[in-house]
Design a protein around this ligand. Structure first.
Ligand code: HEC
Length: 143
């Protein structure tokens, strides 16, 4: 029983889409402004005050917003196209373009987008309350 749960947890972490995407994300310094808290990305930066975002409040990317997931059809036909255009500064959002233009290779760009979308799907799955059982602690020596 328990073994099954552990295997599942490990499998999630070693998904190549997540591993590659994370690398691309870090390499392009996206974490200077953004956190992805469900993957423990960006946390340290914020806590240590070593923050290059110059006070810019960028959203946490654990889960993408409805603007991305259900894009305005005049901007993009699907989330993938929206991210592609938005991160290349081809479309505006409430009158503003994204802060930086993605400059990496196309292959990396695809990996990055796959990663952001997959991670969002997972956040959705995780948000259904399950597990999180209280630990049955055997050390009852409080007081
Ligand atoms: C200089 C700071 C900064 C950097 C660096 C940066 N972003 Fe952003 N990003 C922002 C801000 C601010 C917003 C919100 C803009 C808005 O809401 O109009 C944003 C929005 C986004 C969104 C939309 C999120 C949503 O759910 O609607 C995505 C996706 C995104 N950024 C991805 C990235 C990626 C990938 C990188 C690295 C290639 C990156 N960002 C680098 C500041 C930054």
């Amino acid at each position: 029983m328990y073994a099954v749960i552990f295997v599942y947890a490990e499998k999630k972490e070693s998904d190549p889409i997540i591993t590659h995407g994370k690398e691309v994300f870090m390499k392009n310094n996206c974490q200077k402004c953004h956190t992805i808290l469900n993957l423990q990305i960006g946390k340290d930066n914020k806590e240590s005050g070593e923050d290059d975002s110059k006070g810019i409040k960028a959203p946490d990317l654990s889960k993408l917003s409805a603007k991305v997931l259900s894009p305005d059809p005049k901007d993009a036909k699907d989330p993938r196209e929206y991210l592609r255009k938005y991160l290349k500064k081809e479309i505006k959002r409430e009158g503003k373009k994204h802060k930086i233009r993605f400059k990496g290779a196309d292959k990396e760009f695809t990996e990055l987008i796959d990663f952001l979308l997959l991670n969002t799907q997972r956040s959705d799955a995780q948000s259904t309350p399950q597990g999180e059982k209280k630990q049955n602690d055997t050390t009852k020596d409080t007081q």
